[in-house]
Design a protein around this ligand. Sequence first.
Ligand SMILES: Cc1cc2nc3c(=O)[nH]c(=O)nc-3n(C[C@H](O)[C@H](O)[C@H](O)COP(=O)(O)OP(=O)(O)OC[C@H]3O[C@@H](n4cnc5c(N)ncnc54)[C@H](O)[C@@H]3O)c2cc1C
Ligand code: FES
Length: 245
Amino acid sequence: MQKRIFHIESNAAVARDTFRMVLRTDGPVTVRSGQFVDIALPGFYLRRPISVSDVLPDGLIIYYKVVGEGTRVMAGYVPGTPLELLLPLGSGFHPEKCREDALLVGGGLGAAPLYLLAKELLALGKGVSVVLGFNRADEICLAEEFRALGVAVHFATLDGSVGTRGFVTDAIAAARPAFDRFYTCGPLPMMKALCQALDAPGEASLEERMGCGAGFCYGCSVRTASGPKRVCADGPVFDKEVILW
Ligand SMILES: Cc1cc2nc3c(=O)[nH]c(=O)nc-3n(C[C@H](O)[C@H](O)[C@H](O)COP(=O)(O)OP(=O)(O)OC[C@H]3O[C@@H](n4cnc5c(N)ncnc54)[C@H](O)[C@@H]3O)c2cc1C
Ligand code: FES
C-alpha cells in the first residue's frame, strides 16, 4: 500500500449525479480490478473509498456518485487539484478462476470496477458478457466503454426505458449469456438475489463504511462463513459461498 499524490486531469459529469475523474501521478500505477483507492479530502476526517475503473500508465480513472458532503465537494474539484490517495487497497477479483466465459453483473456504479475486470478477462482470452442494471436511462454510464471492448452488453432498467424492464436477473433470463463464472458489484439486495439465482461459482464486491481503509481498525468487519472478515483488506471481493447475506 502506498500514499501518493495524484492531480486531477478531468472531472466531468457523465450521468445523473455521476462523475468520471481522471487522475495522474508521477510514475507507474499498479492496481487490479476490484481494488480501490482511499481518497483524502481536505477538511474531512475520513477518506472516501472509491473503486478503480481503469488503470493508465501513470494514472487511473474512477467514477463516483454524489451521495453526501464528501462526494459533493469532489464534484467541484477542478483540473490540477492535487489529491492524496492510499492505494492499491483490497483483494480484487480473480479473473484467472474463469474457465472460458465470464458474466459481469453491475448495479448502478457497480459497473465501474467491472470495466477493468472485463479488460483483464479479455487479456486472458476469456469470453465476456456484461449485464448492467440502473433505475433509469439517465443513470447509465460506461455503456460505450464496455461496447468499445467488443463485449456483449445487456441492460435492465427499473422503468423499462432501456433494455429489459426490471432487475439484472430479468435481463440475464432474457439474454441467456453463456458463462462458467460470474462477478458482481452493486447494491447488496441485487447481489444477494443474483448469487441465490445463479448456480455457477461467483464473486461479489461488498461495501462497508470504512475507518482506516487498510486493515488496522476492524471498523469494516463483516460476518462470513469463514469467520469475521475486513471488507477493506480481506475483501471487498468475496466468493459468493462465504457471504452471509
Ligand atoms: C470498497 C468500496 C468501493 C467503493 N467504490 C465506489 C465507486 O466506485 N463509486 C462510488 O460512487 N462510490 C463508491 N463507494 C461508496 C463511496 O465510498 C461512498 O459513496 C462515499 O464515501 C460517500 O461519501 P460522502 O461524503 O459523499 O457521503 P456521506 O454519507 O456524507 O459520508 C459519510 C461517511 O460515510 C462513508 N460512506 C458513506 N456511504 C458509504 C458507502 N456506500 N460505502 C462506504 N462508505 C460510505 C463516507 O466514506 C464517509 O466516511 C465505494 C465504497 C467502498 C467501501
Ligand atoms: S476500515 Fe479499518 S480495518 Fe477496514
